[in-house]
Design a protein around this ligand. Sequence first.
Ligand code: FAD
Ligand code: NAI
Length: 473
Amino acid sequence: YGCRGGLIALQVGVVAFLASAWMHNHPEEAVLGPVLPEAADGRKRVVILGTGWGATSLVKSLDPREYEVVIVSPRNYFLFTPLLPSCTVGTLEHRSIMESIRYITRHKQGRFRFVEGECTKIDPENKKVIVQDKSELHGATTESELKYDYLVIGVGAETATFGIPGVKEHACFLKEIWDAKKIRSRLSSCIESAAFSGQDPKEQERLLHMVVVGGGPTGVEYAGELYDYLDEDLRKWYPEIADKFRITLIEAHNNVLASFSKELISYTESTFKDNKINVRTQSVVKGVSPTEVTIKNPQGEIETLPYGLLVWAAGNTARPVVRDLMAKFPELQTCRRGLSVDDKLRMLGADNIFVLGDASASKYAPTAQVANQQGKYLAKVLSKVVNAEDPSKALQVIKPFEYTHNGSLAYIGSEKAIADLPLFGSNYSTSGPMTYLFWKSAYLSNLFSVRNASLVLLDWTKKFAFGRDIARE
Ligand code: FAD
Ligand code: NAI
């Protein structure tokens, strides 16, 4: 018996050793964690995915006494995206445009539960979501499942790469705080390396060539910020290389800023010309290597442009979790942009799921303004529907979502901005330094907290007094 016992112990030991070695070698394998228990008082549960524009606007307007609210997001803060391009060159510090979701919900303390994790699967049949804790602190990724009575999807979108080779690997995106930090750091590397004594002139030329792909508002605003950095700081701190700094903006269509009025498109293109930003329209990126971007030019020829920094701002596409859910409704969910919804933001095919912001495919543009208004609207819908005896009947008496457009604004560099504003039923276009002041005041007043507004104001003052902080990120 002693011998058999020893053998069994040995076998158990070997199995345990092999299992632990396997886990060690497969850190991505999930360990199913605990399930968040249902509310003790039997309240219905609303799970909100995301802490972006749509979800945060909803959370601010909700009354969490009516039902249990659980917010799930991989980031525990709201990000004011309109000012993100300013963080890439140090006009603003990134923390100034971030606000903790716990701070935002502080007045309703204890009434929201926040789970920092990424929703990887939505199971509409069993009304549950799978959430992964992606923390780097553990060897293995912990998974947990979360049941819901109602689900709100506000996960936004990711940057589209259209499967173009090399984009994912070599380009920088501009969507999240970590993207802006990566760009700032890469910009520093390019400049310091170009300034390195004895640097090969050809390599210096490549390192100082900044390429932006996408002439939408993100690409244009980033190119504008880069120009300011060159004009106000690079010339001062690196006079020996400043004249070699080049900015190229590549756009597939005939012109940049397709959603703005013709007048403002011409104004932007002429401002960029004055600022020596090379705008290459009708040029389509076909591939990206670590040092070169390949384009098809208007003549149909293939050209390669050496670059130091490549920022990719070519538009949005649906996130994997959204695509996975769409695949469960192949007949109803056919729009590649995101989840199709009815006029009350209810997902087609799933009565208990609402979708807002960039994750949805509606007739509206994927903007912060739309997501913000949808969040407020959805708070009203949920308060009527969640505890109703007949939710479909309750939904019938609610007016459909109507978007009110308050205008489009964009910063284009050299203290100039453009604005298309709705005025008495028609469009009023304005541009230049006065519009820049309007742009500044509009964004300052739209920041979600007084704390953020004070920090942004302080950063602008600091930049005015001392210039940008050019220390490496
Ligand atoms: P987001 O704000 O992107 O939020 C998505 C949230 O979901 C995030 O919290 C994210 O962490 C979370 N999330 C992601 N995946 C998961 C998951 N699997 N599970 C759970 N949570 C998840 N619009 C304007 O109207 N005006 C502007 O000036 C403007 N400027 C912009 C500047 C830049 C640089 C960018 C990138 C965008 C800008 N936009 C602007 C567009 C605007 O930011 C978006 O339309 C808006 O953020 C959409 O809101 P959302 O809530 O749908 O998504
Ligand atoms: P976008 O979709 O508006 O623009 C992307 C651009 O990239 C398009 O013009 C497209 O033609 C171009 N493009 C795509 N593939 C290309 C390729 N292979 N080669 C060359 N060019 C290519 O995307 P953007 O700018 O990121 O904006 C996304 C949304 O966010 C929009 O709805 C926009 O209105 C909103 N937004 C608004 C801002 C503002 O109002 N100031 C600022 C930033 C974003």
